[in-house]
Write a protein that binds this ligand. Sequence first.
Ligand code: ADP
Length: 588
Amino acid sequence: MDLSPDLPASERAPTDIAARLQWLLRLRWVVIPIFVASDVATDLLVGRRAWSGLVAGGALVALNGASALLLARAWGPAALLRWARIESALVVALPASLTLLHGDPSSPLRYAALVGVVGAAVVLPRAIEVALVAAWACAALVLGDLGALGPSAFAPASVARWAVEAGVVATVAFISAYLHALRERAEHGLRCALAGSERARREWETTFDSLEELVVVTDARGAIVRANAAFAAAAGARPRELRGRLLEEALAGHPERWWSALGDGLVEIEDPRLDSTFEVAVRRLEDGVVRVARDVGEGRRLHARLVHADKLAALGVLASGVAHEINNPTASLSGNLGELRRYLHAYESAFSELTAIAMEAGRADRVSALLGRREVAFARKEAQPALTDCLAGAERIRQVVTNLRSLTRRDQAGEPTQLVDLAEVVEAVAKAAASDLRAAQARVEVRDRVAVTGHRGELVEVVLNLVVNAIQARDGERPNLIEVELRREGDAALVRVADTGKGIPPAHMKRLFEPFFTTKPPGEGTGLGLSLARSIVAAHGGSIDVESEPGAGSTFTVRLPAADAEARAAGVPRAAPAPLRPTRLSRT
Ligand code: ADP
């Protein structure tokens, strides 16, 4: 934010030379007549050509003053100072040469020249310069007299003149020195005040620029007077560039309420370009408006996420309770359905035998009438598929229940960890999913055999979930090429599962790992796979990353800390390899 006072540069400069010189020039019109008058009085005292001295002295003083004023007006204070310095140099040369030329110490020209140059010396900027000029003036008078008169210059009348002249010169020098001291003190005070105000300006500027709120001050026309860094960043400019621009113009493309709200109060603005919601406090000034905007979008999103997470947690507790309750009946349902299928087989073969016996006994007509009955024919045709469907449904319920229970039971697993060979895990999953992977021309590559410390079953679950997702990501028209790769990277084991399937839309990316988030049709997805995978990987001290481009495919990378030599040396038991049932692939 630019808070510098709106003053012209000359007024902000610590040394105001122009004003000071004007003041001293005015003073000269007081000091110089006194000087002339005293000089004339000296002449009168010694009885020599007083009036002609007065006239000549007055004329030179007027000439000098006028030239100084003209110089100051035409070329400014710097030229005047230069002129004053030249004049002061003449103090030494002029009176002494005049006295010598005339051979007469009482020549009016000598006094006139002296008066003029001493007066000019008053405007010199430093007290020491004025003192030097004064001293040289006195010395020049004495030297001139000595040159013109020789030893007779020490006559009482000459000495009296020197005394009066030196007194006047000293008075001028003293007054001038006093004024210069005053000025220097004032200048110092001014410099300190300006430095203080500059420091305060910088403090305020830094404070305003550190504010997260967007602050903008506009004038009565709606033009920006000041804006802080946050506002400038939102408007895509630098604070100084915004000065003088209309707010409407600086925020072109943003909602109109940014500039149309003019009354005191609080306005809520949904800004799609800044992808957030702002609460803008509008305050009217005498000739403008201050707007302070707070980004409340992120806070609200966070709150919504918290509420959502709360709901999910409650749902998780509920789900695990339900899963627990469903588990036993489901197991017995699956078991009984399996048995039923066996019974059906037995009935069917008995039925076939009975039919054969009936036909042998010549009762074929009764048998075919019986078999031809609609409900019997229907029952024989539908019983097997219905049972198969029931078994598939029961298996699915079992999977969902297992996933749900793994989700909530993970923390209390408490089973001892083992050294798990990830290569064996990847190979087991690849074998289980062999037919689907073959169809997807999958490339399974174990570059390094890396072991991790953990639970084999859970790690199999993670890789399997990713592989099943990759298989299910196929996109009708395009080939879905899958790559499963295991390698070591530093201290980590990396399992990468990539596909060229339909990809994941950006809006879904944030929600992928939420329990129950699924885009698959009912019966195909439960939305628990990734959430389970993430909680397992996190419990193993690892992480899952995902990169995806809609229409191009997705890559999931699991990073797990590789088991170090210490774990091997400590004799952590190795997990035994166990083949997976291919049916596991129908995870969902
Ligand atoms: P489910 O597979 O049962 O739906 P997940 O938690 O495994 O549950 O996956 C959640 C969602 O993430 C899926 O419904 C799908 O939209 C998306 N997803 C996961 N993996 C992929 C992938 N490889 N390609 C495209 N989408 C994916």
